[in-house]
Design a protein around this ligand. Structure first.
Ligand code: SF4
Length: 477
């Protein structure tokens, strides 16, 4: 592998990745950086509608069983509880120290599972399972066993299922980790964000290093085959120098995957983010320096850049899937399970069948009331048209694989790509002139300089962008 160029003032910085290097070119970033979606779905969540309800979702479940019963299943469980609120948090959470609040929630989750599972054809295998939040390890070992015994009884879980859980080291016991492991959980990801105590204080998340190490060691002792960590850059008072210690410590932890999320300061959407002092946030230039340092260090340590702030060891399944062109993106980020129906349970959870997205209600009382009435707790969603399916496919392939072959879409969707996407292709003339993409033998390839701007390159295919007044996204870089 070519070694990366060390960061210098204005020179483009090359960071090799599994699918080639990413180049950090300040001029191009200055030109193109603007608010844009992360495309964990298409259409994106702001375009979900309340006209899509529980009946529409049930009809899609039935249709999937009838027409696509060969698709495997992926299950997601949303455990929304956290003890304290991290001020940067962008998740849907319920902050409470009253542990008894989780008791009814566990029961209602099981009842929601019953409502869905009874519609799903026997024999469809669950090949992926994920618990997120909130904090899944907020639940006691007994509650974890209760939910998973129920899931085992209602679904056909594959022996080689990939089962992952998000951990909060501040709220995790070895007993809870063992309970998850007993039910086949084999991947754990934990939030670290930043080891610096000063930064931790600024975001209301005090997490001593020795505590994080203790939980990582428990995971390894218990036989979790993959331990992943999440970092955030762009938090208050972070500087390249300060953050180096966190990066070095993460390399010592030796995770299989590392997510380095770019902090999105969106107080108009997440009101509690006003607790973060804007004048203490790193400047855009400092954020770029942070990303350069992070990328260079992780590359030196043998990690591949997957895209959208993610790194993985070359042998990790997501790195392999990217090399093979089979990587996929959904609400949990990058995944190797492209062809699954995703059934999601719990408040705010979003299910994704081939032709629809369905999101649950956001408040616990509404969730309980819907289930008490025997209804699926659907609040909104969207039924995808043929055009949506085509555009989602284009955007996903660009985001995951950094290339497009128009001939594939012409054969699959019966279109003339150049005519169908004439407007997008005009914008691609500009991208090509700026060196973000090249067109070779009819294929479109994202260049190393384009990889940092992949959201901008995908945006011309988004037919909904700008159609909703007041819609705001985080910046693309
Ligand atoms: S632990 Fe995670 S989900 Fe809970 S408040 Fe902190 S960032 Fe949000």
């Amino acid at each position: 592998m070519t070694p990366p160029i060390k960061p210098t003032s204005n020179a483009p910085v090359v960071v090799p990745g599994g699918h080639g290097p990413v180049v950090i070119n300040r001029e191009l970033i200055a030109k193109y950086d603007k608010p844009g979606p992360r495309y964990t779905s298409y259409p994106t969540a702001p375009h979900f509608s309340e006209s899509f309800n529980g009946s529409a979702y049930l009809a899609e479940i039935d249709r999937s069983n009838r027409d696509e019963a060969d698709r495997d299943l992926s299950l997601y469980f949303h455990i929304p509880f956290c003890d304290t609120l991290c001020w940067y948090c962008g998740c849907n959470v319920v902050i409470t120290q009253k542990r008894e609040k989780a008791l009814p929630y566990v029961d209602y989750l099981k009842r929601e599972v019953d409502l869905v599972a009874e519609r799903i054809a026997k024999g469809r295998k669950v090949t992926q399972l994920h618990w997120g939040g909130g904090t899944p390890t907020y639940l006691e070992a007994e509650q974890i066993r209760d939910i998973m015994s129920h899931v085992h009884a209602r679904f056909d879980l594959a022996d080689d299922m990939e089962a992952s859980v998000e951990l909060d080291p501040r709220d995790c016991t070895k007993e809870r980790l063992a309970a998850l492991r007993d039910f086949g959980f084999n991947r754990a990801s934990m939030g670290i964000q930043d080891f610096d105590p000063v930064v931790q204080a600024r975001v209301n998340r005090i997490q001593p290093e020795d505590l994080t190490w203790k939980v990582i060691n428990w995971c390894r002792e218990l036989g979790y085959k993959s331990v992943n960590v999440d970092l955030i850059y762009g938090l208050p008072l972070q500087t390249t120098e300060r953050f180096e210690h966190t990066v070095e410590e993460v390399i010592r932890i030796n995770p299989e995957r590392i997510a380095t999320f770019n902090y999105a300061h969106v107080p108009w959407l997440k009101k509690h983010q006003v607790m973060i002092k804007e004048d203490e946030l790193p400047s855009p230039e400092e954020k770029l320096r942070l990303f350069e340092m992070i990328s260079t260090r992780f590359h030196d340590a043998g990690y591949e850049f997957i895209g959208m702030d993610h790194f993985a060891k070359p042998a990790d399944p997501i790195a392999r899937a990217q090399r093979e062109g089979t990587l996929y993106r959904n609400f949990q980020g990058y995944t190797t399970h492209a062809g699954c129906d995703l059934y999601a349970f719990g408040i705010t959870a979003i299910s994704q069948l081939r032709r629809c997205y369905s999101q649950n209600v956001k408040k616990i009382p509404e969730y309980y009331a819907a289930i008490d009435a025997g209804h699926l707790p659907v609040e909104r969603g969207v039924l995808l048209s043929e055009e949506d399916l085509l555009r989602r496919d284009v955007i996903t392939r660009l985001m995951c694989n950094f290339e497009l072959n128009p001939a594939d879409f012409e054969a699959e969707y019966g279109i003339d790509f150049g005519t169908h996407f004439a407007k997008a292709m005009e914008l691609f003339d500009g991208f090509e002139a700026d060196g973000l993409v090249v067109r070779e033998g009819g294929e479109i390839k994202v260049t190393p300089a384009g990889r940092m701007l992949i959201r901008n390159i995908a945006m011309p295919f988004d037919a909904y962008l700008g159609t909703k007044p007041g819609q705001r996204f985080s910046r693309t870089v």
